[in-house]
Ligand binder design. Structure first.
Ligand code: SAH
Length: 354
């Protein structure tokens, strides 16, 4: 047990000492975003010097293509003058910067009319987003929840859902028990099991995960799409039925999830079927999930790559080639990352989906 404990570890310990083992979901909430000392609020997660690299950090091509897909949808629903553009968990703001830049060039009317809302738990990251988007301030604001009103919505969420808390249930000794986290001086933080519960699902394997916060977001996005129309694109790495998808990442390597709480990235694969189910139950239509590689190819990433390569020097060309490969190939993010689209029930099929 490393001493002194981080603020997140100290608080988790006090809670466990007071009330016994806590659920993995409660622990993830504390570790990731719930406190000023939590991971996303206090650490510098992104980029080569941080813990992980996300698609918009790899290349501008990602944000440009998603931006064009949103613009295409806006066009197909009749170019409504009032439109809410929302991003969940925008990180350093690169994705929205790429989207707004491509709109300025290719969809100037949407650029002018879109009212952008950034939903971000970390004040430090919100500040970084504000700086990156400074030249667009006429249209950007920050909020805790989806914007009210009646305008259609265009929404992006890249690697947002994987950081939301999950509960895990393990099938042991003939029953489903919740995975809890305990602490003692000898072992530090370690796994514990709750009493047998009756989960209302068919067992598919020996681990079952659910993320109530994720289902809640999907349901609220679905409800707004049902009422107002529009398109939401959710991109993330997928969980596999029956397996634990909890993972810790520190400095680009896998780390023990319960060691270094608040100082490492703690995330879980996304259950796309569950998200789609929650959005459909709220009245939205769903498409996919498609593999990120197939989706980006279908939006034309190869043509965009060729266009950029045409203007690049040798070093830039190497970077563009590497980015294309990493974003689309199965050995990179091409298959493990998936794209789920949600639309209003009367909307046309979104670009990139068959
Ligand atoms: N979309 C960005 C960042 C992904 S990291 C990219 O692709 O690079 C996850 C982001 O979600 C961070 O900005 C983090 O601060 C934010 N976040 C995590 N939990 C959140 C919550 N509960 N509410 C709002 N934002 C949250």
């Amino acid at each position: 047990m490393s001493d002194p404990a981080s603020p997140v570890e100290a608080l988790a310990r006090r809670i466990i000492e007071a009330q016994g083992p806590i659920s993995l979901a409660a622990l993830m909430r504390l570790a990731n975003a719930g406190l000023p000392e939590s991971y996303y609020q206090a650490q510098q997660p992104f980029g080569g010097a941080g813990d992980f690299v996300t698609a918009p950090e790899i290349s501008q091509m990602f944000g440009e293509l998603l931006g064009l897909a949103l613009a295409d949808h806006w066009h197909n629903i009749g170019e409504p003058q009032a439109v809410d553009v929302t991003e969940l968990g925008p990180g350093r703001g690169l994705l929205m910067a790429d989207v707004l830049r491509i709109w300025q060039r290719s969809a100037p009317s949407l650029y002018r009319h879109g009212a952008v809302t950034m939903i971000e738990a970390s004040p430090a990251l919100a500040q970084a987003q504000a700086e990156r988007l400074a030249r667009h301030t006429h249209s950007v604001s920050w909020a805790r929840d989806l914007p009210p009103g009646s305008a259609p919505i265009l929404l992006l969420a890249n690697e947002f859902f994987d950081g939301l808390p999950i509960q895990q249930f393990l099938r042991v000794d003939g029953g489903w028990r919740e995975r809890l986290v305990n602490w003692d001086a000898d072992r530090g933080f370690h796994d514990a099991l709750g009493p047998v519960v009756t989960a209302a699902v068919e067992p598919e394997g020996d681990v079952w995960e659910q993320s109530p916060d994720s289902l809640d977001w999907a349901s609220r996005i679905g409800k707004r799409l049902a009422e107002r129309g529009g398109l939401a694109l959710i991109v993330d790495y997928a969980s596999r039925p029956g397996e634990s998808s909890l993972r810790g990442i520190s400095r680009h390597r896998r780390a023990e999830p319960l060691q270094g709480l608040g100082q490492i990235d703690l995330s879980a694969g996304v259950d796309f079927a569950a998200l789609a189910g929650a959005a459909e139950a709220a009245g939205a239509k769903t498409y996919g999930p498609l593999g990120q590689g197939a989706y980006l190819r279908s939006l034309g990433i190869e043509a965009r790559h060729a266009q950029l390569v045409g203007k690049a020097n040798l070093a830039q060309k190497r970077e563009l080639d590497a980015a294309l490969h990493r974003l689309t190939d199965a050995s990179g993010m091409g298959e493990s990352f998936r794209v789920l689209a949600l639309t209003g029930p009367a909307d046309p099929t979104p670009a990139g989906f068959p």
